[in-house]
Ligand binder design. Structure first.
Ligand code: B12
Ligand code: SF4
Length: 569
């Protein structure tokens, strides 16, 4: 079948299977592995929007294919593909190595095809990116649907893309041109109308399910996400999706929100093919309490029985939390106070009191939440090793205060591997007490190849250097693990497995440090590959804790297909 556009998602490092890298706890609290195999949700939006405009689009998650099959050759697959345009996401900075290597492969086998990069990190590093001969275009901004459609029209028609908004390109004289970053839509009504359907149809069309999987274990745990907004009302210091970053890097002055009805339409679409949890991304209260109430009312009215995961960026009124309980029985609530210490929390951009935090946690438990996830972070301003350990002590305080309630799930992880480029901390390090170790795209690419995650960290703080960050991270994770076992929040077997994993990784990190100081790291590294890989792929107990029971019939493909047939697609 002839295609117009192929969207490729690269692994963090290409080819991670040949490299020897101790990954560390860089992705313990998100569904994907340290290869960061998850593609941006925006891929599904781009695919759907372009299909509606008459283009044939296919999503291929190369990272998942490489992870699931050690013998899978990404190069051979790329060589076999045919399309006039290839899109590659460089959205998350952690893909800066893999994304460019995949662009190289595309150009090697398809020199006539155009390669376009997009996403947040592309928007930030567009000047460096367009200097790579294998990259023809970069689309900047948080909304690429319409610019990409216009670019596809230009490629099809021929001619120069002078009028395509947000586009950075090289003209026929080799001159680099920057079109204005002017496409910043405030109305999100024409996107994500049926993006899940588009993916399912693509699976059927190409008889290829694996290439569309959002992450390696999705078939076992098919959690699905719904996006609610572009932009953010908050200004977290470490975040490349903060209000300041949106303003300065993506030209978006204010966050905009999808209509409650659009969200509910997505909820119903998902419920047609999946019985697994639905994650509503973003704090519904960001758009005001009326908005949150309306979304919750519509969820209740929809009668959808899937378990919902909801987020709060700041404490919410008791009334809203009760409504969460009524609309989404057994809901999971996620909050990220970063630290127990108000001063640290405030310095990291989360300016709310500990009393307000605890009230909201109490309200959620009372409202019947199925689980309450509280995330602490390490590597934020004003935070010392002692402060991190006090956060772990505070976790015990919380468990005691809520009488050892097992629904209370506490997590701690380091900010890793990068503080986000474009975030307030990256842009004004001295103001927030950061020392940025790598500034350019090229430096970040090199950093990802470091044999130990510690050396890939792109920051240190005034209060902790990279050795302290890494040591403190392992110590804090271990202590919190003990605590969870002590209060019966996790079974002893899971706690033991976690302890084994963290201790093995810490020991290996020390060993790599020793080799480095003796100047023997490069020669000794290859002999450590097998054991480092074993450590990297030990089961992550935090991921297990974050998963929800999905039951036996989690996917309902036949029901979905039938609905599509009824619509005579
Ligand atoms: C939801 C979310 C997640 C979800 C993932 C959802 C998903 N599959 O997209 C989860 C929780 C899994 C997650 C994980 C991570 N995340 Co996150 N995430 C977010 C969040 C809160 C919202 C994203 C969103 O809703 N986007 C809306 C969707 C619909 O649009 P989109 O995916 O961005 O795509 C559009 C454009 O970006 C662009 N685009 C994207 N790709 C491409 C490709 C091409 C070719 C083109 C032309 C355009 C294009 O066009 C799309 C359509 O308009 C943002 C913060 C924020 N305020 O935005 C952080 C954010 C994107 N995440 C971030 C980070 C760092 C991570 C992690 C690396 C953290 C970690 N260490 O584990 C991982 C990476 C996981 C992986 N890839 O495997 C940073 C990225 C900063 C940076 N420059 O690197 C952000 C900005 C903030 C933050 N710190 O959380 N994340
Ligand atoms: S980390 Fe803070 S600024 Fe970034 S998306 Fe979440 S709430 Fe918004």
């Amino acid at each position: 079948m002839s295609l117009d556009l192929i969207l490729l998602h690269a692994p963090s490092v290409y080819d991670f299977r040949q490299q020897t890298i101790l990954y560390g706890p860089v992705s313990d609290l998100v569904p994907p592995s340290p290869v960061f195999e998850m593609y941006p949700l925006g891929f599904t939006s781009l695919a759907e929007y372009l299909e509606r405009a008459g283009y044939r689009v296919r999503i291929i998650n190369l990272a998942v294919r490489m992870l699931r099959d050690r013998n899978f050759s990404a190069e051979e697959m790329v060589a076999r593909l045919e399309a006039p345009v290839f899109g590659i996401d460089l959205h998350w900075m952690v893909h800066c190595h893999g994304a460019i290597e995949v662009a190289r492969l595309v150009k090697k086998y398809h020199p006539q095809a155009k390669v376009v990069l997009g996403g947040f990190s592309s928007s930030y590093f567009y000047r460096e990116l367009i200097d790579y001969p294998e990259i023809d275009y970069v689309i900047r901004g948080d909304s690429a649907e319409e610019p990409l459609r216009q670019l596809m029209d230009t490629v099809r028609r021929g001619g120069e893309p002078e009028s395509v908004p947000n586009l950075v390109w090289r003209d026929s004289h080799g001159k680099i041109r920057e079109n204005p970053l002017s496409h910043v839509p405030t109305d999100l009504g024409d996107i994500m109308l049926d993006n899940y359907g588009t993916v399912i149809r693509s699976v059927i069309r190409h008889r290829d399910l694996i290439s569309c999987l959002p992450f390696r274990d999705w078939l076992r745990y098919p959690v699905t996400a719904i996006f609610t907004c572009r932009g953010c009302t908050q200004n977290c210091v470490i975040c490349g999706g903060s209000a300041d970053t949106f303003q300065h890097c993506y030209n978006r002055g204010q966050a905009v929100f999808r209509s409650p009805q659009a969200i509910i339409n997505n909820v119903k679409q998902i419920a047609r093919f999946s019985g697994a949890p639905i994650f509503i991304l973003g704090d519904l209260c960001q758009a005001g309490e009326d908005y949150a109430e309306e979304v919750l009312r519509l969820i209740k009215q929809s009668g959808v029985k899937n378990q919902f995961i909801l987020e709060l960026f700041t404490p919410a009124p008791t009334r809203i939390i009760r409504q969460m309980g009524l609309a989404c029985p057994d809901f999971v609530l996620e909050m990220s106070p970063e630290s127990h210490d108000f001063e640290v929390r405030k310095a990291s951009g989360r300016n709310y009191s500990t009393e307000a935090l605890e009230r909201t946690l109490g309200d959620a438990l009372e409202a019947g939440c199925g689980r309450l996830d509280v995330f602490f972070m390490l590597g934020v301003p004003k935070q010392t090793t002692a402060s991190v350990m006090a956060t772990v002590d505070y976790s015990e305080h919380l468990l005691q205060r809520f009488k050892g309630d097992r629904r209370l799930s506490l997590f701690i992880a380091p900010l890793s591997p990068f503080i986000d480029p474009g975030s307030p901390g990256f842009e004004h390090p001295e103001r927030h007490g950061y020392r940025i170790r790598f500034l350019t795209l090229a430096e970040h690419r090199q950093a990802l190849l470091s044999p130990s995650w510690k050396y890939s960290l792109n920051y240190e703080t005034e209060w902790m250097d990279l050795h302290q960050i890494a040591e403190t991270a392992y110590e804090a994770i271990l202590r919190l693990n003990h605590l969870k076992a002590k209060y019966g929040v996790i079974p002893p077997k899971l706690a033991d497995a976690s302890e084994w994993r963290i201790k093995s990784a810490r020991e290996m990190m020390h060993h790599l440090d020793d080799l480095k100081s003796q100047g023997r790291l490069e020669t000794q590294l290859p002999s450590l590959k097998t054991v480092i890989d074993e450590i990297n792929w030990l089961p992550v107990s935090e991921k297990t804790q974050l998963e929800l029971p999905v039951g036996l019939i989690k996917l309902k493909p036949w029901r979905y297909l039938w609905a599509q047939l009824m619509k005579r697609w």
